[in-house]
Design a protein around this ligand. Structure first.
Ligand SMILES: [Fe+2]
Length: 340
């Protein structure tokens, strides 16, 4: 069925976070982190890359060798060629260059059709349609598997000096909607976090910013990535495996105020965090949903672990340096939203 979408027609609900691209030199640590601690299937059949599977998609995390120790790109699954064409038309209509992905890149990501364009905060945005699905079930330590489908892979959280512009970017490109805000104080800094959804998942992108201050107290392009297990037991087992395998836990098990997800946060070999969550609410009645502001990220738990005074000082040093560092905003696609 062809829908002949115009560039201005909403594609909300037709967009799903599909994969995450990570650049790292620490393949051995990532193999242990992904396979032995989180419990994913590792695929190392292609040279110089490592891929993690967690469902029938061939690639949910693509690790490539390089010095960044960071997430470098987000892959967004679009439901069909019409949606793909509509997004592509939007990007070019705003004067931003869209590059078709080559055959080799599409194979690495396990997708049929691929294109990329620049995103804020140095995060390349990739769109694809028609993922190659595998008919063999992934081999996972998480016995009940992961929740993906309509909700997509999970979510990412980004710290930004330009939250209004970043919010505007995801609204312009994917018709992202505001789910809610959280106000929180972390390490003495007052943060405002915006939660954006592009489908039934409460949020696919969270944008954290220090209130009215142009500082970004972290090194990496994303603060954390989140995946969702089907069963509570699998979340608790992953939490135990982190310690058994010597990986640090940044926040212990707790429950979020806004989407009610139970989760914990581990520290990846590249330094950003990885949240394993269970049972977040799904927004299945768009008409009834009203954005609100929650106080604090957690109802209970999520206790900070192991942060030393040196870690705190390093964070403030990065924050101070960020005052003078430029953060890309892609102005042509980022009409800001003056929401507070
Ligand atoms: Fe999260």
């Amino acid at each position: 069925m062809t829908r002949n979408l115009t560039p201005s027609q909403s594609i909300f609900g037709d967009v799903h976070l599909g994969y995450v691209v990570i650049e790292t030199q620490r393949f051995a640590d990532w193999r242990r982190f992904g396979r032995d601690a989180v419990g994913l299937q590792v695929d190392e059949t292609l040279s110089d890359t490592m891929r993690f599977r967690l469902d029938d998609h061939g690639c949910r995390f693509l690790l490539q060798r390089g010095p960044a120790e960071d997430v470098t790109a987000l892959g967004w699954e679009l439901d069909d060629h019409d949606v793909f064409d509509a997004v592509a038309a939007r990007i070019t209509a705003h004067g931003v260059a869209l590059t078709e992905g080559g055959a080799e890149d599409a194979v690495l990501r396990g997708v049929e059709r691929l294109a990329r364009f620049p995103g804020p905060n140095g995060l390349m945005q990739e769109i694809y349609t028609r993922p190659h699905v595998s008919h063999t079930a992934p081999v996972l330590l998480a016995k009940e598997g992961f929740v993906t489908g309509e909700s997509g892979l999970g979510h990412v959280a980004i710290v930004s000096k330009h939250p209004h512009q970043m919010h505007g970017y995801y609204r312009t490109v994917f018709d992202a909607r505001l789910s809610d805000y959280i106000d929180e104080t972390i390490s003495g800094l007052k943060f405002k976090i915006r939660f954006l959804r592009v489908n039934e998942r409460h949020h696919s992108v969270a944008i954290a910013s220090v209130n009215r201050l142009p500082i970004k107290p972290i090194r990496t392009r994303i603060q954390h990535v989140n995946i969702q297990v089907t069963a509570l037991d699998d979340m608790v087992a992953a939490y135990q495996r982190m310690a058994e395998n010597g990986f640090g836990v940044a926040l212990s098990i707790g429950q979020h105020t806004n989407d009610k997800e139970l989760s914990f946060y581990a520290v990846t070999p590249s330094g950003f965090e990885w949240e394993v969550g269970w049972n977040p609410i799904v927004i299945d009645d768009e008409d009834a949903w009203e954005p609100t502001t929650h106080q604090g990220i957690s109802i209970w738990g999520h206790t900070a672990h192991g942060q030393t005074i040196c870690d705190k000082l390093a964070q403030f040093k990065i924050g101070a340096q960020s005052l003078v560092q430029r953060e890309d905003t892609i102005p042509a696609l980022s009409e800001g939203i003056p929401d507070y």
